[in-house]
Design a protein. Structure first.
Lengths: 36, 224
């Protein structure tokens, strides 16, 4: 159970950084593609 | 909660100062943008509106791309290249991809090894390069994003000076694009090289980026 809990915690930080980067890339690439 | 913060302190700290710095950049950027707009007798923008301008997007992504390039190169270069005495290098005898035993692959994988470290087939070939692959993909995506945003800004400036707009392809060959790209690259390469060399002779007690204070100068990779 402790092992599972620890995996979740590490997973959460991995997801946080992945979300930050993917959001930034998607938003700014979209702006670059669409803004005149 | 306290345990969570302690076990994830490094990533939480950098996420927090990243968001704070990004917010600061956006506020300062908006003021700067609006000052220039007023100078040219053009309309100013709200902060929310500024966030979706190519000015802000380009400024953010040109720094992102150089950071991800820096780490991609550092990850790849430290496979093959070593620096005697540096904490950022592997031991001199370990240069290269190392054996399956050293890398704990296939039959050498421990019980709790990642799933794709165990089969020693194409899945392992992908997983053993996954860090470099992902960092490089982020570099390529952010560099592409930078080029698009800076291209839009470049064409806006061309328009205000009644000069001709250029295509994205032409912009990739323009000095403006390469100046913005290389000014970021050069600083990253200097900083990485400095860290590699300075950790030979200089120490920070307790830091994972430093050798132990008493480690000899010619001892390589002593913090492990």
């Amino acid at each position: 159970l402790l092992r599972d809990e620890l995996d979740h915690i590490v997973h959460a930080m991995f997801v946080l950084y992945a979300v930050l980067i993917v959001t930034g890339v998607v938003v700014f690439v979209t702006i670059g593609l669409t803004q005149q | 909660m306290r345990r969570f913060a302690r076990e994830n302190g490094l990533s939480l700290f950098f996420a927090a100062i990243f968001l704070a710095a990004l917010a600061g950049q956006s506020f300062a950027g908006q003021r700067n943008y609006n000052a220039e707009q007023l100078e040219h007798g053009q309309q100013t923008l709200s902060w929310w509106h500024y966030l979706v301008t190519p000015d802000f997007g380009g400024a953010v992504l040109e720094n992102w791309q150089s950071e991800f390039l820096q780490f991609s190169l550092f990850i790849a270069a430290t496979v093959w290249l070593v620096q005697k005495g540096s904490n950022e290098s592997k031991k001199l005898a370990d240069d290269g991809l190392e054996s399956n035993e050293q890398q704990e692959i296939g039959p050498n994988a421990p019980l709790r090894a990642p799933l794709w470290a165990k089969p020693d087939d194409i899945r392992t070939r992908i997983y053993e390069n996954s860090l470099l692959i992902v960092m490089t993909l982020i570099f390529v995506a952010t560099w592409f994003g930078q080029s698009l945003n800076n291209w839009r800004v470049f064409n806006q400036e061309q328009a205000t000076h009644d000069a001709q707009r250029v295509s994205w392809g032409r912009y990739l060959l323009a000095p403006d694009f390469w100046e913005k790209t290389l000014q970021n690259w050069q600083s990253e390469f200097l900083a990485v090289g400095t860290l590699v060399v300075f950790t030979i002779y200089l120490r920070q007690r307790g830091s994972a980026e430093s050798k132990p204070v008493g480690a000899p100068h010619d001892e390589t990779a002593s913090s492990g």
